[in-house]
Design a protein around this ligand. Structure first.
Ligand SMILES: Cc1cc2nc3c(=O)[nH]c(=O)nc-3n(C[C@H](O)[C@H](O)[C@H](O)COP(=O)(O)OP(=O)(O)OC[C@H]3O[C@@H](n4cnc5c(N)ncnc54)[C@H](O)[C@@H]3O)c2cc1C
Length: 422
């Protein structure tokens, strides 16, 4: 996998690098840091948390920034489907936090946050210690809602990268030719709208080459393909015609994890390999606290001018856990992190957050070993509703996957990985 290092990380330029749209270049210039000794603590070192830590220190070196993350290595879910058809190795999509510490001066604590005491402004760690904050950023990603009978040690979701994806790959390798790969997709919103369809295609790519007679059966809880519809419809019907079987409006009722059976509203599906992607909610640290105030109880409502919680002052939620309606994706988590970092620096300097933040989402979806689709959209803050709205005409997606997009995918991901972790 080729990577491209992004060294161009001033406030003005980051959105150009990642979003490539001139509308985003209106972001404000660097503020002078007047925030020495203020403590910003960040929970979670994924695309949201790691980016926030880096840019807080980059833009305001005197700040005391602490990132709390239990894992030494972040295993990216982005590009992880390419492990299935052997196009990347786990090593190529794993990142450590050394540069955030050595180059930017971010304090790294390897631990799990088990509680937030917002009155005392401190977080409680599994090790028993506490860490005090002036502002707290929470970016814990997602957790899964339970499903009757589902044991994810046997039936992988493979939706957080790393070991779960390796388990899926091992099960596929061990599957007898002629048996079927059955996958379930939860109702939106879920992490990475095109991700499940991308997985169906890459597993089909793998089966076609390695398991003659096997099929991919997609059981989607949604009424239709939720992202990059034209390109995936073409992939399902033409590229993988006869290999992928797609069913919409299917609700998963329970799972027999030992026999690998999905029990659904349209019948039982016996699988050679069963991949259940459960319905999702914000990370547990959010749903177990007063922060999950979205009407569904699954996400955290924030004012996207600063990503400050609308339930608890001084706590900011970014990435998949926020409930603004922006997609749950890593590229936009990186953009939200920068808006949030900028707002926190301003607030700690006695100023107001920038009034018109914009963000950008981009997904590249590999469809085979040499072709990919993509989708992008730009969001603008609307003060009247305190919400992020898609900018009319800013969205785009191709009709079919292409080889060119496959090459661009590695440049895009290389930029995103470098901008987040180095
Ligand atoms: C197959 C697939 C393909 C994808 N492709 C794309 C794509 O093309 N483009 C795109 O933009 N996005 C893509 N995504 C989505 C992207 O991976 C997520 O949206 C992104 O990782 C969200 O970032 P986050 O910071 O919110 O959470 P995460 O990246 O999940 O990071 C959360 C971190 O918080 C830590 N954590 C959680 N709770 C605690 C706690 N209590 N204490 C301490 N640490 C904690 C976790 O260990 C984790 O490291 C894809 C996802 C999948 C599954």
């Amino acid at each position: 996998m080729k990577t491209h290092k992004n060294t161009n990380n001033t406030r003005r330029n980051f959105l150009k690098v990642l979003g490539g749209t001139s509308a985003l270049a209106s972001f404000p210039h660097i503020l002078k840091a007047a925030t020495a000794a203020s403590r910003v603590v960040i929970i979670g070192g994924g695309f949201g948390g790691a980016t926030a830590a880096k840019y807080l220190k980059h833009w305001s070196p005197n700040l005391n920034v602490t990132l709390i993350e239990p894992n030494a290595l972040y295993r990216s879910p982005i590009l992880s489907n390419l492990l299935v058809n052997g196009q990347v190795s786990l090593n190529e999509i794993s990142f450590n936090y050394n540069t955030l510490n050595s180059k930017y001066g971010v304090n790294i604590i390897r631990d799990w946050v088990q509680g937030i005491d917002s009155a005392a402004q401190k977080v409680e760690l599994s090790s028993g210690t506490t860490v005090a904050y002036d502002r707290l950023i929470v970016s814990p990603g997602i957790d899964f809602n339970p499903i009757n009978g589902l044991d994810s040690n046997k039936i992988p979701h493979a939706w957080k990268g790393g070991d779960q994806v390796l388990m899926l790959k091992q099960q596929l390798d061990a599957m007898q030719a002629g048996k079927n790969f059955v996958m379930t997709i939860p109702k939106a919103p879920y992490r990475c709208p095109p991700g499940p369809y991308e997985r169906a295609c890459l597993v089909a790519d793998y089966l076609r080459k390695n398991k003659p007679g096997s099929k991919v059966i997609v059981l989607d809880a949604n009424a239709n393909i939720t992202a990059e519809k034209e390109a995936f419809t073409h992939a399902f019907d033409v590229t993988y015609g006869g290999i992928i079987e797609y069913h919409s409006n299917v609700s998963l009722q329970s799972v027999d994890s030992n026999q690998r059976i999905a029990i659904t509203s349209i019948g039982n599906f016996n699988a050679g390999v069963l991949n259940v992607i459960p319905q999702q909610s914000a990370g547990k640290i959010i749903t177990s606290s007063a922060l999950a105030n979205h009407p569904t109880g699954r996400w955290a409502n924030v004012d996207p001018i600063s990503y400050e919680s609308t339930a608890v002052p001084g706590i900011h939620i970014i990435g998949d856990s926020q409930g603004t309606g922006q997609p749950k994706a890593g590229h936009i988590a990186n953009a939200e992190a920068k808006v949030c970092a900028d707002a926190i620096i301003r607030l700690l300097s006695g100023q107001q957050p920038y009034a018109e933040p914009m963000t950008n989402s981009a997904c590249y979806s590999p469809v085979s070993s040499n072709s990919a689709s993509w989708a992008t959209v730009v969001y603008r803050y609307v003060p009247a509703t305190k919400s992020m709205q898609a900018v009319p005409g800013s969205g785009g997606a191709p009709a079919t996957a292409s080889k060119k997009a496959y090459r661009q995918m590695f440049r895009w991901s290389g930029n995103l990985f470098a901008d987040t972790f180095s």
